[in-house]
Write a protein that binds this ligand. Sequence first.
Ligand SMILES: CC(C)(COP(=O)(O)OP(=O)(O)OC[C@H]1O[C@@H](n2cnc3c(N)ncnc32)[C@H](O)[C@@H]1OP(=O)(O)O)[C@@H](O)C(=O)NCCC(=O)NCCS
Length: 185
Amino acid sequence: MTTPVTTPVLMPPFEPGSYFARDILRDGEEAYVRAVHQGDQRVLSEVIRSLSPDSRYFRYLSTKHEPTNSDLSNFIETSVPRHVALVGFTLQDREEKWLGVGEFFDSECSDSAELAFAVKEAHQGRGVASMLLRHLAEIGRLAGLRSFEAFVHPHNTRMLSVFRKCGLPAHFFDDQILVRVILDL
Ligand SMILES: CC(C)(COP(=O)(O)OP(=O)(O)OC[C@H]1O[C@@H](n2cnc3c(N)ncnc32)[C@H](O)[C@@H]1OP(=O)(O)O)[C@@H](O)C(=O)NCCC(=O)NCCS
């Protein structure tokens, strides 16, 4: 197994919006992680459009085909007190080839934030979500968060596996329909 190499570049004072890092995927391919910018809605549209109906259901708990305008504006939203969205990509001829997105949001400014991920169907299983989670955890710690929370469909074994193997202390609670996951930072 390839040991991930993370080389985050953090500009002092720490500004999540300028986050950029290099990393290595499970198959050894070089990948990058950066914060999303204003105007990046197309990233989310492209990722969601690539998802199978099952994957779409796991992300939104509905089988909608397109992200709504509100999904898109929330994705690049900067007014939520703590919202950080990252895109993972490879470079081909200097052009970004998007792999997936991961974000955390904390509208109540508490010490915990909620996680969400979507990885392009063709790139699932390459460690993209695990990579994004490593970087979100790093940013979350620097932002003063103590934990992440996620609500996962019980059949979403891929997401549950990412959380189980991420190296952070993970706690799983059956919350009626969904599994509530707490990751200690
Ligand atoms: C859940 C999701 C984010 C995981 O992303 P990913 O980049 O594939 O995750 P990773 O590669 O880091 O790990 C996924 C795990 O599922 C397995 N997996 C992923 N794709 C697979 C596939 N097509 N077939 C079999 N196993 C697969 C991987 O082997 C890995 O398990 P392991 O560590 O036990 O080997 C992605 O599948 C996805 O976007 N799903 C739809 C949206 C969703 O469910 N979002 C989460 C809502 S909170």
